[in-house]
Design a protein around this ligand. Structure first.
Ligand SMILES: [Ca+2]
Ligand SMILES: [Ca+2]
Ligand SMILES: [Ca+2]
Ligand SMILES: [Ca+2]
Length: 467
């Protein structure tokens, strides 16, 4: 009996040790990869393009123009009630990777757009969290605003702002300029999209999600019902149309500014996570550039995906992801056929070439949105994946580990939520490994303790074991 106990005990011990080792290896590997990427970004900043003294194949060449990145927080910093992330920034990288402009005066930064006809001027959406006394309220508020900055001179000008109650799901994420004094705003706070004249401050058009959705759909009403996070003015069959990303309904809808929802154009549906899963920043690519197509950051699915319009419906035409891509929130098709991707929980902005290879990457803490100046707003200068014949890419089997396979089985919002709360180098795989250690080590300790107690109990009073 005792030899049987010891035998199974040994096997159990080996199993515990193996699982622990696997978890530790995943953690060490994740940390080492993040460090390597950080030093890569550093060498990128120093402009070591084309250096061939490195076995690292990802030598990063300079870009053609400035890359602007808006982040909605940068670091793992705990503060009083603002959650683990704080200190957002609007940062622009020069072609050689050095910092061209940086501003961190606002609480959060969201969508950033190049201003047409300028070399290096952008407009961006920001949020400032206000204390109750600052908004004369019983609770916290948010100032949502749009500003314009000349990245070369640093000159900032106010465009438009409104204060909304609360902060968590009331911070505007996107506004697009659609005329000399007209802004199209994704109003996450009031579940609508609207056009405002920035000179008169009169709202000249609006669409409210309750026109087409029941409050039982999507996310919890009223706290975070639609989470409308992006708008874009597009032309469908010659008609002025507003494309709206209704995130919590897993869909992108098209609103004719005169007649309302064009239902047969809707991409995705509530809960159909195979198509879209709480997406961000859909970009419309019109027929003249190989569309109609929509390039989407399919956030909770951890991929960039593109849908092409064919025979009156949407068909998936492209998909890209790698091992690290976690909670992507922007993708722009560039005029040269490359795709600029913003990997929020992966803490990087990366550029894919037409083969799907990463040809440029920069480590940036929790980026929300990126723009490459000189390429037009979002995907305005790019062609569809179908027209370009872009090959899709997903991680190959040999690059996956047992831990990453296990991570893939967990619900994506859970994995992304854990990754959101942890330091930048902790992705879903590392989070699962850490959770594994937290569970396995105490269980192992208890098992060892119980075995010892059992052995002592047998040995001492009756002496049935002789060792
Ligand atoms: Ca915008
Ligand atoms: Ca937009
Ligand atoms: Ca985009
Ligand atoms: Ca963009």
């Amino acid at each position: 009996m005792s030899s049987g106990t010891r035998f199974s005990g040994r096997r159990l011990r080996v199993a515990f040790a193996l699982v622990s080792l696997l978890c530790v290896a995943a953690l060490v590997g994740g940390y080492a990869t993040a460090e390597a990427d950080a030093s890569l970004a550093g060498s990128d900043s120093a402009g070591e393009a084309g250096s061939d003294n490195d076995t690292n194949e990802r030598v990063v060449p300079p870009r053609d123009n400035v890359t602007v990145v808006a982040t909605d927080s940068t670091a793992f910093i705990t503060d009083e009630g603002d959650g683990p992330r704080k200190r957002a920034e609007l940062v622009a990288f020069a072609p050689n990777g050095s910092v061209y402009y940086r501003n961190e005066s606002h609480t959060r930064y969201w969508d950033v757009d190049p201003v047409a006809g300028t070399a290096a001027t952008v407009e961006y959406v920001y949020a400032d969290h206000l204390a109750p006394e600052d908004c004369h309220s019983g609770s916290v508020c948010t100032r949502n605003g749009i500003e314009r900055v000349n990245l070369t001179t640093g000159n900032v000008t106010h465009v438009y702002a409104r204060i909304t109650p609360g902060k968590h799901s009331t911070r505007w994420h996107d506004a697009d300029r659609i005329g000399e004094d007209r802004l199209l705003v994704a109003d996450i706070a009031r579940d609508r999209a609207f056009v405002v004249n920035t000179t008169t401050e009169q709202i000249t058009w609006s669409w409210d999600a309750q026109t087409d959705f029941e409050t039982e759909s999507g996310g919890p009403y009223p706290e975070d019902w639609t989470h409308i996070n992006d708008v874009e003015s597009v032309e469908l069959d010659g008609r002025e149309t507003v494309m709206v990303s209704v995130r919590n309904h897993d869909q992108v809808v098209f609103i004719d500014t005169e007649t309302g929802l064009r239902e047969n154009w809707t991409l995705g549906s509530d809960g159909d996570h195979d198509t879209l899963y709480e997406q961000h920043n859909p970009d419309f690519i019109p027929e003249e550039r190989g569309g109609p197509a929509v390039l989407v950051a399919d956030s909770e699915n951890g991929r960039v995906v593109e849908y092409q319009r064919a025979n009156g419906s949407w068909e998936q035409s492209w998909e890209w992801r790698d091992q690290r891509l976690t909670w992507v929130r922007d993708a722009d098709r560039l005029p040269n056929g490359h795709t600029l991707v913003t990997d929020s929980n992966g803490d990087r902005v990366l550029e894919l070439d037409a083969n799907g290879s990463v040809v440029w990457s920069s480590t940036v803490g929790f980026p929300y949105e990126s723009e490459r100046l000189g390429t037009g707003d979002e995907s305005a200068g790019g062609e569809s994946a179908a027209a370009l014949g872009l090959p899709g890419r997903t991680p190959s089997a040999e690059n996956r580990s047992a831990v990453s396979d296990a991570a893939a089985l967990l619900p994506k919002p859970v994995v992304n939520g854990i990754a959101y709360l942890l330091p930048g180098w902790v992705g879903p795989v590392e989070a699962l490994a850490a959770a594994g250690l937290v569970v396995v080590l105490p269980v192992w300790a208890v098992v060892e303790w119980r075995r010892r107690a059992f052995e002592v109990h047998l040995r001492w009073p009756v002496q049935i074991r002789n060792r």
